[in-house]
Design a protein. Sequence first.
Lengths: 233, 233, 233
Amino acid sequence: MAKTNSGRFFEDYSIGQVIRHAVPRTVSGGERALYHALYPARHALYSSDAFAQSCGLAESPIDDLAAFHVVFGKTVPDVSLNAVANLGYAEGRWLLPVYPGDTLRSESEVIGLKQNSNGKTGVVWVRTRGLNQRDQIVMDYVRWVMVRKSDLDAPAPDTTVPELKPVLEAGDLTIPEGLDFSGYDFTLAGEPHRWGDYEIGEKIDHVDGVTIEEAEHMMATRLWQNTAKVHFD
Amino acid sequence: MAKTNSGRFFEDYSIGQVIRHAVPRTVSGGERALYHALYPARHALYSSDAFAQSCGLAESPIDDLAAFHVVFGKTVPDVSLNAVANLGYAEGRWLLPVYPGDTLRSESEVIGLKQNSNGKTGVVWVRTRGLNQRDQIVMDYVRWVMVRKSDLDAPAPDTTVPELKPVLEAGDLTIPEGLDFSGYDFTLAGEPHRWGDYEIGEKIDHVDGVTIEEAEHMMATRLWQNTAKVHFD
Amino acid sequence: MAKTNSGRFFEDYSIGQVIRHAVPRTVSGGERALYHALYPARHALYSSDAFAQSCGLAESPIDDLAAFHVVFGKTVPDVSLNAVANLGYAEGRWLLPVYPGDTLRSESEVIGLKQNSNGKTGVVWVRTRGLNQRDQIVMDYVRWVMVRKSDLDAPAPDTTVPELKPVLEAGDLTIPEGLDFSGYDFTLAGEPHRWGDYEIGEKIDHVDGVTIEEAEHMMATRLWQNTAKVHFD
């Protein structure tokens, strides 16, 4: 019996299918420290318990993008192992802070399917939810990928292209319970600019760069338990 | 007074000698996150507190091989600093889970000695135990290495070759207290195959590879506080 | 409105000025594990809770140099972003252990200024304090750097060169409350040499080396949230 997960092909998806992704993960100060070592993260709220408490949170949450990487990584073996192209993301929302000690798992629902005219590939849309150990949704987002067919004779599914919002309304988003920026310490935050200091169309030159080597790429990919072949071959 | 540890040579070992190895270590979520970043680990039991609790454990233990690396690393300055060759391992057992917050230390007993016919080296067998902060043995294993003599005129010891089991019996192993796989979630585990799905002689092709660079090699070696020269020169 | 922090120039400093540095940080077992993975640290006191407790501490503190890196990194955007040269350090003291869960922030007071004769640069002396979440000073040190002027027409400040001790007295240092080495386990510590075994002028040959690559350099720099351009360009 072959022991290798060959991944899902285009004909293996159907509208409404819900996939529970494997390998739940408890995050700790270890994931935070590694995220900060691998990415140039400097947000005080995600760096300091004392700062987070002064903003009304119980303690400093894990960086939102670190939580995203954990949730996203789990979907790869089921969604994009046979992907030809990563096409897009939409309607992404962070709904609850993730704290050290929380356990994250992921689920995806197939919400769109469209076979390509070449008959060899198709586009799959999924809505992915990250859940914590209390089964609360901590984030969700839509992703679509182009996936190979394995059996070229498999019939094309009815085409379903989901209607996705070009932009989320403020009302679609949530604010963490208790979050209160009324006493926000701009000096400790290290960033004097506020909402009103930014304008549409403004170009910000992020000066200075940072060198990335294979070692960091591989460490991040493994840390997020992302098995996509494109990262390793 | 020379401050460098020149390590033990073959003539420095005697049967029954017990060596307490230095630098005990408390493991945390930091060691877990780094282990997962450096090795492609994806076992749900060692990744998720919630999953481990559903299997009857108090929380998710540190990966067994991470615990082994910690225990093993401590033995290097005393056992293999002057080793010519790492010859073998036997009778390795994990006896208790290691949890974040546990402190590990190592002890080795010399159980075998055999000088080689060239008179310049000999084989040393040790049984190493990893102990936690409650002095419980969390693992043990036998290892044998070929070690240089420093004083070639030192007399050869009586030859003692320990009898090692070619394979451990099920009765030699222990099952962690409370471990219960009766409600095991195979989907969350991400691995559908069970005991009965494997057969003797079966060949499993582990597809896909992963790039390793010096940076990861050095980080792992330092993390496990392994001082073997072969890793650094 | 430009969003980039261009850093302070020589004419922006004045004697007595106190700068509160941004991005406080809570340290955890994650920072410890990464410090041990990036640096060859093997001090039992900073590695094992059980060992630290046998020495009278509540648990194992974060390595002193790791705490220094955290405190120092925060000063870079305010002190040395436009530095031409890192000139010196003096009167450095670790005053309190830093434990996992502690939050560190940094403050610097300008204690010396001296414009160079070329009129283009000057030397700035600061005394930096690292503080924990209880506003206790956990370390302090003096540092001086040569900093560029931005406005060459800015008047030179009065020259103030602080008097720094060539060496700190024992009375300037503090011993952590409860620290007691009377039952110190030299075997577990892995280092048999004591105070009396070292003499002035003794040369110690630290044998063996370790390979450092860019990946480790970048990870350490990001982990300590150090934004100095010299590390990245």
